[in-house]
Design a protein. Structure first.
Length: 224
């Protein structure tokens, strides 16, 4: 079996900054942090655990586990409301690629995302992609994306009862996706549908780069 770990934002879909906007709203509602802002905060390729801590520290709030939990819960409620009105969309090629991959006998689909697991599922449900992904690894336990990837690889090995890291491909849109793939001995298919440029993805060492998932080279690379 080959496991394909897909990133969400910028890879499968875009939500027109719904996540960052909801996080700002959550800060203001939960902690009365009226000056909370996403200005100057880099989101691409990071985990929500890391971002929650940065938002709290920027507002002068101690990022204790309790405060992180408060913000996470408020953010989930807020994001669900925001997603009802967001003008986002599934990225080109996704709705054709996922059914084709699902029908491939030796391929298993999963999500590995910096989003919290619950908010990742919200996004996948909103854009009707959830049925393709029975397994979601999220950024709730690890601040560093490579640590999240190692956790996912360990879980995968336990699921299979063997070390299966050579059979993993990560699909993402940021240099962090490339780095986390290589940290577990996996390959990375990088797509130029996020905020990173082709040059940045190439410099990070992506094994294959496509403009978007309509490129037939993506399917060929993923199924082997």
């Amino acid at each position: 079996m080959r496991t394909l770990f897909f990133d969400i934002d910028g890879t499968l879909l875009v939500t027109q900054s719904a996540g960052s906007g909801a996080l700002v709203q959550a800060m203001r509602a939960e902690f009365e942090a009226t000056e909370a802002s996403a200005d100057g905060i880099r989101f691409g390729g990071r985990t929500d655990r890391d971002l929650v801590c940065e938002f709290l520290v920027a507002a002068g709030i101690d990022p204790t586990p309790e405060n992180q939990g408060r913000l996470r819960r408020r953010y989930a409620v807020t994001l669900r409301e925001v997603l009802r009105t967001v003008q986002g969309n599934v990225l080109p090629g996704v709705t054709e690629l996922l059914p084709a991959l699902s029908a491939t006998s030796h391929v298993s689909l999963a999500v590995m995302t910096g989003n919290f697991p619950e908010t990742a599922r919200m996004k996948l449900e909103t854009f009707r992609l959830i049925d393709y992904f029975p397994w979601v690894v999220g950024g709730d336990l690890d601040a560093i994306r490579c640590d999240m990837a190692r956790r996912a690889a360990d879980q995968l090995a336990r699921r299979r009862g063997e070390a299966a890291r050579d059979d993993v491909i990560v699909i993402g849109d940021t240099p962090n996706d490339v780095r986390c793939a290589h940290s577990i001995g996996a390959k990375c298919l990088a797509v130029c549908t996020g905020t990173a440029s082709r040059d940045e993805l190439e410099s990070a060492g992506a094994d294959r780069i496509v403009n978007d998932l309509t490129d037939q080279a993506a399917m060929e690379f993923l199924v082997g």
